[in-house]
Design a protein around this ligand. Sequence first.
Ligand code: ZN
Length: 106
Amino acid sequence: MAELTSDFCSAYACPMLGVYGVSGKWYCSCHHNANPALNDAITAELHRQKATVDRIVLARREGRCEVQLENGLITLIRDIGEQMPLRKPNVIGPTHAMTHYTEQGS
Ligand SMILES: [Zn+2]
């Protein structure tokens, strides 16, 4: 009906298909109900999960729904913005490693 409507999610550069209509725009299951401030972070994660996204999009295009894959992706996305605190200070880093290697071979 609306010729301007794209199949894709309205979030900028999102590779997923829009499946939820919200006031004239369509959003994928990952951007739907997401905090708009996190849209770019979610999109970046979706691009990192390209293989999964491709399968979900293909299924949607064939009128199917990869429920397990899509729910897995949503669970992954849900963690964005809710980073876990470190359980203990992590002091191991590149400046602490490798020192003994310099003594080898001499
Ligand atoms: Zn999206």
